[in-house]
Write a new protein. Structure first.
Ligand SMILES: [Cu+2]
Length: 151
């Protein structure tokens, strides 16, 4: 009887030591963060809108920022179709195209998008190389061009 009485606290301690093993270092503290230049999902997105009005891109130049998550929107306010044809801007860049335009892709990636009247084309990407990138509308007779400056 006395033996059993002593054994009980001992068993309880054994069980407690198994159940209450100190937790490992809390998640988040143990993993060192690797420095990266890539924007995270929580980084704010810079929205830049280019309006197309009377066969003119506005503003010109369009200013973007290298390394910045960007939503570039082209809004066609004219009653006719226009196209956005970039030169070099999207080379080697991961690109998400949306809106109600008609995008065209070739072996080198995005070629152009045709934007209907009152329509819009949206590009989500991160400009990675500072520079001056021309773009134009290749609809016959339009002769519309402007530049995007990535700072
Ligand atoms: Cu045009």
């Amino acid at each position: 009887m006395r033996r059993r009485f002593l054994l009980l606290p001992f068993l309880w301690l054994m069980a407690a030591s198994i159940l209450f093993v100190p937790a490992a270092v809390p998640a988040g503290q143990s993993t060192p963060t690797t420095p990266t230049l890539a924007p995270s999902n929580t980084d704010p997105e810079e929205v830049v809108t280019v309006t197309i009005h009377r066969r003119t891109f506005e503003p010109d130049p369009v200013k973007l920022h290298a390394g910045q998550k960007t939503k570039l929107v082209f809004y066609n306010q004219d009653v006719e179709l226009h196209a956005f044809v970039p030169v070099g801007l999207f080379v080697g860049v991961h690109l998400n195209v949306s809106g109600n335009g008609a995008p065209e892709f070739g072996t080198d990636g995005f070629k152009r998008v045709i934007i209907p009247s009152e329509g819009r084309a949206e590009f989500r990407f991160v400009p990675d190389h500072p520079g001056v990138y021309p773009f134009f509308c290749d609809m016959p007779g339009h002769e519309m061009k402007a530049t995007i400056v990535v700072e």
